[in-house]
Design a protein around this ligand. Structure first.
Ligand code: NAD
Length: 357
């Protein structure tokens, strides 16, 4: 495997913008996709960062993902907005759909957003952060239509995606709480990172094609394929199922009920966005959050308190990576270079944009 490289976040953003400009994205889309992917890397979720570019560009080339698309509002009842992404680039489709829900929740106090037929919308916490930045609480349930990658609890064959959930809660004068995770024991992208690095995955995460436990990430990327397991046994499976039904069935985007039929990674999302002002508890809401978090962190006397609040680990990694640069493994960087060439951008130019030449 090629060596890991470090790229400063501004150089990495510039390289991503250049690559999507070569593919045909307008300036706004270049900025949205670069911000989203580089933020995922900065926050330690390399699985959803620039390593997704080769898949995005391949799906664009195959005509299964569109650039410069905007969501169509299919239904608008005031309290509920249904957006159709038309298989546009998820980073701009989800941004624009969530922006509509934010505007509506500010105006009416709350909004339910049902987004269907978007290409991969990346790190779901990004959408919670967009709502939290506007002072809004939000819940997001997502299903994935792609290669089934996760077995139901009790099953041994992949039947469902890694269906992520995110919940964002703004705080006064403090960074928001951002709960954001896949309902599988590991996100597929994290298994891909291990595969590209030639590293094993932890115990209890993967089954091979025969349904036996394995630590080899190849089980997810080489035939015959195995499966990931849901986190938290029946509880994670229940949450994954809820994502499938809320985001997939209710939106009209569809559930995963067959092997992969197309190259695209389709995401559907069911979101609820709420204004604490409209609930009328703003005066107590923020102090109650602070009081709870202080209490949750209170250590057993004489012991350290290693209690972290969701969103904090990502901000710690972010600070380190802003300082030291974003690590990108050599295999992933090679794949990004190959993707750049397919849209007419020379590797040398990409290297230069990334500050590596
Ligand atoms: P993860 O297992 O790293 O969990 C992350 C969550 O746990 C965050 O909220 C984080 O703040 C919190 N956390 C981590 N360590 C903690 C600690 N010690 N104490 C308290 N909280 C802690 O996440 P994951 O399951 O690997 O998911 C990675 C990313 O993949 C997410 O951003 C998710 O949205 C994304 N994803 C996207 C898709 C898609 O189809 N678009 C599918 C699956 C996952």
């Amino acid at each position: 495997m090629a060596d890991e490289i470090r790229i400063s976040e501004d150089r990495l953003r510039a390289a991503v913008r250049m690559l999507f400009a070569s593919a045909g994205s307008n300036e706004r889309e270049q900025r949205l996709v670069a911000d989203h992917l580089v933020e995922a890397n900065l926050r330690g979720h390399d699985s959803h960062g620039v390593g997704m570019i080769p898949a995005y560009i391949a799906n664009f080339a195959a005509g299964e993902m569109k650039l410069n698309a905007t969501p169509t509002v299919a239904v608008d009842t005031g309290a509920l907005i249904v957006c159709d992404g038309g298989m546009g680039l998820g980073q701009s489709i989800a941004h624009d759909s969530v922006a509509l829900a934010v505007e509506r929740a500010r105006d009416k106090g709350s909004c339910i957003l049902s987004l269907r037929n978007s290409h991969h919308i990346g790190r779901i916490g990004h959408w919670s952060e967009q709502c939290a930045a506007a002072g809004l609480v939000s819940l997001h349930f997502v299903n994935v239509i792609s290669d089934p990658a996760v077995a139901p609890f009790g099953g041994r064959a992949a039947r469902i995606g890694t269906n992520p959930v995110s919940i964002g809660v703004p705080r006064r004068g403090q960074e928001p709480v951002i709960v954001d995770f896949a309902t599988s024991k590991l996100a597929v992208g994290k298994v891909r990172v291990a595969y590209n690095k030639g590293a094993p995955v932890p115990d209890g995460v993967l089954l091979d094609a025969a349904g036996e436990p394995t630590n080899d990430p190849a089980a997810l990327f080489e035939e015959p394929r195995g499966t990931l397991l849901p986190f938290g046994d029946h509880k994670g499976w229940g949450l994954a199922l809820a994502c499938e039904l809320l985001a997939g069935a209710l939106s009209g985007g569809g559930t995963q009920h067959h092997p992969k039929r197309r190259q695209a990674i389709v995401n559907n999302m069911f979101s609820v966005v709420v204004s604490p002002d409209a609930v009328g508890t703003t005066e107590t809401f923020f102090p109650q959050i602070d009081a709870f978090i202080a209490w949750a962190r209170t250590p057993l006397p004489g012991r350290d308190a290693p209690v972290l609040i969701a969103g904090e680990p990502e901000r710690r990694v972010r600070a380190e990576r802003i300082r030291d640069g974003v690590p990108v493994d050599g295999t992933t960087w090679d794949q990004i270079g190959a993707a750049a060439e397919t849209v007419g951008l020379a590797r040398a130019t990409l290297q230069q944009a990334a500050g590596l030449a």
